[in-house]
Design a protein around this ligand. Sequence first.
Ligand SMILES: Cc1cc2nc3c(=O)[nH]c(=O)nc-3n(C[C@H](O)[C@H](O)[C@H](O)COP(=O)(O)OP(=O)(O)OC[C@H]3O[C@@H](n4cnc5c(N)ncnc54)[C@H](O)[C@@H]3O)c2cc1C
Length: 507
Amino acid sequence: MNGTPIKRVVIAGGGSAGWMTAAALSKFCGRAGISVTLVESEAIGTVGVGEATIPPIGKFNDHLGIKEDDFVRETQATYKLGIEFVGWGASEERYFHPFGTYGFDLEGMDFHQYWQRGRDLGEDHSLDDYSLNALCAYGGKFLRPEADHGPVINKLAYAFHFDAGLYAAFLRRLAEARGVTRVEGRIEHVERDPESGLIRALALDNTQRIEGDLFVDCTGFRAMLIEGEFEAGFEDWSHWLPVNRAVAVACRREGDPAPYTRSTARSAGWQWRIPLQHRTGNGHVYCDAHMTAEQAEEQLVASLEGEALTSPNHLRFQTGHRKRFWEGNCVAIGLSSGFMEPLESTSLHLIQSGIAKLISLFPSHAESRVEREEYNRLMRDDFEHIRDFLILHYKATRREGEPFWDYVRTMSVPDTLTQKMDLLRGSGRFFKYDAELFDLTSWLAVAEGQGWGPEGHNPVADALSENDLRQSLANMRGTLAKASGAMPTHQAFIDRYCKAPPAEWAR
Ligand SMILES: Cc1cc2nc3c(=O)[nH]c(=O)nc-3n(C[C@H](O)[C@H](O)[C@H](O)COP(=O)(O)OP(=O)(O)OC[C@H]3O[C@@H](n4cnc5c(N)ncnc54)[C@H](O)[C@@H]3O)c2cc1C
């Protein structure tokens, strides 16, 4: 089998990971003479959460040839401009982590160095005043950037909130139309080649046997192939990211949908609010060493902004990733490959990233050591970069007197994070390594928002005269405020271009 060319790809699992993979592969596999089959079990179902995204998802949809308005309409989506964090620095504080960038760079120097110098001179404007995304988010505004909108409006960076089940169904239609075969059934047994150890076929409970050359494990937390068969091992990060449970409830939406996710710190974790067109998604993520499932559910239900529409869905997870994402002829994508909690909406992005790397490294033969090693290295880097940014939120808290927060505030963190925090805290210096996902805006937003931001500025920013500096900062604020003020409301934009038909919240 080692020398056999890859002609049959089998995807095990049909959650977001399975259907994103199927849709992406369907774009080229048929023309390359490769068949794609997806096996899923309705009886098992999907994890049923995963509704907030980050901007690269737009590129994924574009690449599949999906029209944005169709996608928004079909998935009951809204636009997302960033995340509001409530109670993460200290209990009563809030800040905004926007997509996009702050201000405009001046004379080749990062904007925030001038902002910091302005602050040293007594200017008291927050970073939000220099973020088009933050201004639009709090003003309830949205306008999709188009080529003729000019450079200011084109600073608006956006992602989506959407119904995960509707997204999988949308991608399923697209993938099936492009030749992907869906097979219903529960995988009961995995057949391996006795000599090479490679997977040959999946045996289903309905007597079907699905043969393949390359298998993508999208079976979610079960990790049925990558762990169940290959015992790839798990790199456990729960000492740095100790939340390990969640409870989710959808509720009726009151008022227009806000174009941002809200994350509110709670005594042993945090709570999300994700506004969609037809409902609001809510969830409480917590650490079971400090809170019971009953307490978590009670707090969540008590804080809903509208009538509950679903019964609480309780989930368990462990933060970390597979030691090997690709073993033999099996590649794990989605929750089977690892999970780092949903704080910055990075899981669907990691799926997208895994798919892109798989396509770039698509093996010609089942035994493909070089591609496999490179894939494993790249995915590990992806996970580690995101991990450090997530830990920052906990480490940089100023909450005291609650065991969960006392633990995360005082825990030791990875050296890679310590280095970044030291550089940022001194004079706001930041360097993005390799293909790191989160950039200066993100790190600055969290550090500054949690009261842990730069203590000084880069002396090079002193080159601008005080008068020019104040004038430039005022001009930027005025330009951005004017641009956001002129935009339609988020609701008006949706009504005009991509309003979903009335839908029952339940599928
Ligand atoms: C609490 C929580 C909140 C989250 N929030 C976000 C978020 O806001 N943003 C984000 O990007 N991500 C989020 N995620 C992650 C996101 O939900 C997942 O990355 C995404 O849904 C992909 O899941 P999956 O497809 O890997 O697994 P699943 O949805 O669990 O799908 C697994 C599939 O495998 C099938 N399967 C399993 N075993 C068998 C078998 N034996 N035979 C046949 N089929 C089988 C199932 O039927 C199902 O189709 C969140 C996750 C959690 C736990």
